[in-house]
Design a protein around this ligand. Structure first.
Ligand code: NAD
Ligand code: TYD
Length: 335
């Protein structure tokens, strides 16, 4: 099989490629990535030397490059996106361009080249926000209610993907997944930001009251969910993917990281809240469990500790990532 993976040098895309090359060594992977601040070919350094992986340095909004890359491909797995909510608040335009326009360019090319499957990687953030004690959870029938430019741009892309299935008969699948954590996550997101700040002896910024809840999932569980959907998922269907069954708020996550690293709570700092901050996400993953047999295999506590160990062992990786342009972003965001 020949796959086109978009965004394969970012956090989840790179984890997907590393997993796929190991578990499907006969498949050919084309990896198209613009290498924005979040894309880093070092993430793929551990690919086996014989891996059938070709890197294409291109923007998914570039129709000529996309058509060329898609010709002869069986399956497209679409990760490429602007992915950070805070950046979408300070500069929304790249989110609309990459997430909406870029997805549209890919869909057009997929119809023309008759790909056998377009798999769209999306997020639970399209569903909006739940209250802390709300008994409801998000599922495949939940009405979309995006509240940040990031979530709105992902919602727009989901709608386009479904419209292309209905209107042009494109064989699609979608996964809406909760917050991931694990190796190679850019240290602007909460967990790697907290780990690397603490390792540097810096404080962890806690937005608002810190009682915001995310549904954390180890990245390899997400990758396995996508694998199962590609192998057994029904064309045209959406699958919700999530992790924990028990709520854990940001302060509790940070306290766990501090405890594992043997540091005290003096390394936390309450800062101004994010505008429009979604209070809580919670996923109901019954459908993918019942229909495809997927369930998370990695518990939060054990794999948080392993993730911390990974960051400890890969200081060079994140020190390089945290230098340069990221320094300017950090100054602007946190002062
Ligand atoms: P990331 O920001 O780490 O990586 C995104 C990758 O896309 C980078 O390699 C970047 O260079 C590339 N990219 C950005 N714009 C591009 C463009 N115009 N053309 C080509 N490449 C471009 O993101 P991630 O956390 O790995 O997320 C991957 C996907 O998974 C996204 O679609 C995101 O919405 C979705 N998702 C993420 C999470 C999460 O917790 N991180 C959860 C659910 C869904
Ligand atoms: P983040 O990792 O940005 O993911 P998302 O907003 O897509 O869920 O943030 C996770 C949670 O952590 C969210 O409630 C915002 C909060 N947060 C902080 O409290 N401090 C920070 O410095 C960051 C980056 C996030």
């Amino acid at each position: 099989m020949r796959l086109l993976v978009t965004g394969g040098a970012g956090f989840i895309g790179a984890n997907f490629i590393l997993y796929w090359a190991l578990n499907h060594p006969h498949d050919e992977i084309r990896n198209m990535d613009k290498l924005t601040y979040a894309g880093n070919l070092e993430n793929l350094a551990s690919l086996p030397p014989l891996a059938k992986h070709t890197f294409i340095h291109a923007d998914i909004t570039d129709s000529t490059a996309v058509h060329k890359a898609i010709a002869g491909v069986d399956v497209v797995v679409h990760f490429a996106a602007e992915s950070h909510v805070d950046r979408s608040i300070s500069e929304p335009s790249p989110f609309v361009l990459t997430n909406v326009v870029g997805t549209h360019v890919l869909l057009e090319a997929c119809v023309k080249h008759k790909v056998k499957r377009f798999h769209h990687v999306s997020t639970d953030e399209v569903f909006g926000s739940l209250e802390l004690n709300d008994p409801r959870t998000f599922n495949e029938k939940t009405i979309y209610n995006p509240r940040s430019p990031y979530a709105a741009s992902k919602a727009g892309s989901d709608h386009l993907v479904r419209a292309y299935a209905v209107t042009y008969g494109l064989p699609i699948t979608i996964t809406n997944c909760s917050n991931n954590f694990g190796p190679y996550q850019f240290p602007e997101k909460l967990i790697p930001l907290a780990i690397t700040n603490i390792l540097e002896g810096r404080k962890v910024p806690v937005y608002g009251d810190g009682r915001y809840v995310r549904d954390w999932l180890y990245v390899e569980d997400h990758v396995r969910a996508i694998e199962m959907v590609l192998e057994k998922g029904k064309e045209g269907e959406t699958y919700c993917v999530g992790g924990l069954t028990q709520d854990i708020n940001n302060l509790a996550v940070i306290k766990k990281i501090l405890a594992i690293l043997g540091k005290g709570e003096d390394l936390t700092e309450f800062v101004k809240d994010r505008p429009g901050h979604d209070r809580r996400y919670s996923m109901d993953w019954t459908k993918i469990n019942k229909e495809l047999g997927w369930k998370p295999q990695h518990t939060f506590d054990e794999w948080l500790a392993k993730t911390i160990e990974w960051y400890r062992e890969h200081k060079e990786w994140w020190t390089r990532v945290k230098s340069g342009a990221y320094k300017d972003y950090y100054e602007k965001q946190y002062g």
